[in-house]
Design a protein around this ligand. Sequence first.
Ligand code: NDP
Length: 529
Amino acid sequence: MTDIITTTGFRTVTARNPATGEVLRKFECATPGQVYQAVDSARAAQKTWAATDVNARKEILHAFIRELHARKSEVAVLISRETGKPLAEALVTEVVVALDAADFLLRELPRFLRPERVGHANPMMKARRSYLLREAYGVVGVISPWNYPFSIPAVDVLNALMCGNGVVLKPSEFTPLIALKLKELFDAAGLPAGLLRVIIGDGLTGASLTQAPPEHLVDKLIFTGSVSTGKRIARAAAENLLPVVLELGGKDPMIVLEDANLETATSAAVWGAFMNAGQTCLSVERCYVHRSLFDNFVKRCVEKTSQLRVRPKDGGEYDVGPLIHAGQADIVDKQVQEAVAAGAKIECGGRRLDELGMNYYTPTVITGINSSLRLMCEETFGPVLPIIPFDNDDEAISMANDSEFGLAASVWTGDLARGEALARRIQAGAVMVNDVITSFGISEAPHGGVKSSGMGRTHGRAGLGEMVRLKYVDADRMGGVAKAWWFGYGDGYLSQMEGFADFMFSSSIIQRLQGGWRSIGAYFRKGRV
Ligand code: NDP
């Protein structure tokens, strides 16, 4: 039995190089039956896996790191071919992120899985030995997008597996090959057979994972993708009370205060907006600049943007690649053209590059945009940097928060304390002061959003927390003594409990002492059942 399900579906998906249109491989979509079977077999393998100790899991982690490190160039080349992103980005934002996440797990896992003592302030609970266990869910479903087709599933799969779960991974239909490569790396690292299953297919294939009959349903789902699919998944999950993490879209603001370093902030804006051709959930999608810096800021952004190398027809080195498909370029172009029609000014770019292919778009700097336009409200997910002036901190915060999204944000300033104070006022899952996007690659940092950007967290200790069920264990050393709050209700009982409540919670010391005395006396006087 193969761990990769690709046969006998009616529909097909095709992996292509978006830079050239070259077909890399065609797959038949997994049928619902094959999806259910993948969940069943991951569940069977998980039973043994859940009983392995942390050291056995760490051995696999070590081997995974060795394998990925040794094959980092091969993996980066495949990512670049399947997404069109520059090789440098494939290495840094995908391979290195996955390596760092595995390294984080090596350090964090033993601490995380160790039983955690729970102490008690209440004197009536003092005789208990209480602790928290973190137990695997069973099978975790991971549904991932195409924009970071390696690092996003790699982190989720690593976290789920190392917490003792089996995993069924459904990658985007645009990036199946790199998901299969991830599985190949785990196989080479010695992961037990069946524990990680990859199902290839389209959105309907993903739907059969989330809408399976209860006996074939995963026990937890980690979804990364668009808000609309996220909502669909949340509705399906509600039917079965399936716990889900939803990592959805963003419209991240960058706020540049008047004391920011202009050179650094403009480089950050250009990188933050155009990296991965702007197809990053944490992209700089709205850049708010203090009016005193505005003209120079725009000028430097235009100068720096004009130095970017869009992928030439024959390949070679480049900074900005194509969008994943022509449909994505359509969305970008429509938003830009709508803004222009409403009076916005294209400072540079602002057009498709049909001479290179249908899915190329020029890195675009745009000003004079009305905040009600789609370019300012909806996720653009393309190489567009809108720059808007503001006059004071309150205005900047209000504009940054004026969004249905709340994934991440950044504040740029020479005064860290001021930046951190503003960070607290921004509605987002992460705010960086003097940096953009990097939080995704910091393995200790939780990743996730507020508002329509989703719920739950991946990455860091919080991300590990999503992969386990918390179990509270409470062992009473005085098992032979009847509890004071059991039956035997009546005056004596009430007197005891009132006295106890006074002892615990009164603001007067005298009343506390009296309450304690009253409670002890009543305990011996009251009747018992
Ligand atoms: P989609 O929502 O279109 O797809 C995401 C995944 O869900 C894909 O694997 C897709 O399969 C699958 N899918 C589609 N329909 C269903 C369904 N009905 N049931 C189950 N699964 C389904 O997002 P994109 O792939 O276009 O990714 C881009 C989006 O992801 C952007 O909005 C971006 O902001 C967001 N994102 C969020 C991140 C975060 O951490 N918050 C990080 C990265 C991206 P298929 O592709 O085969 O249709």
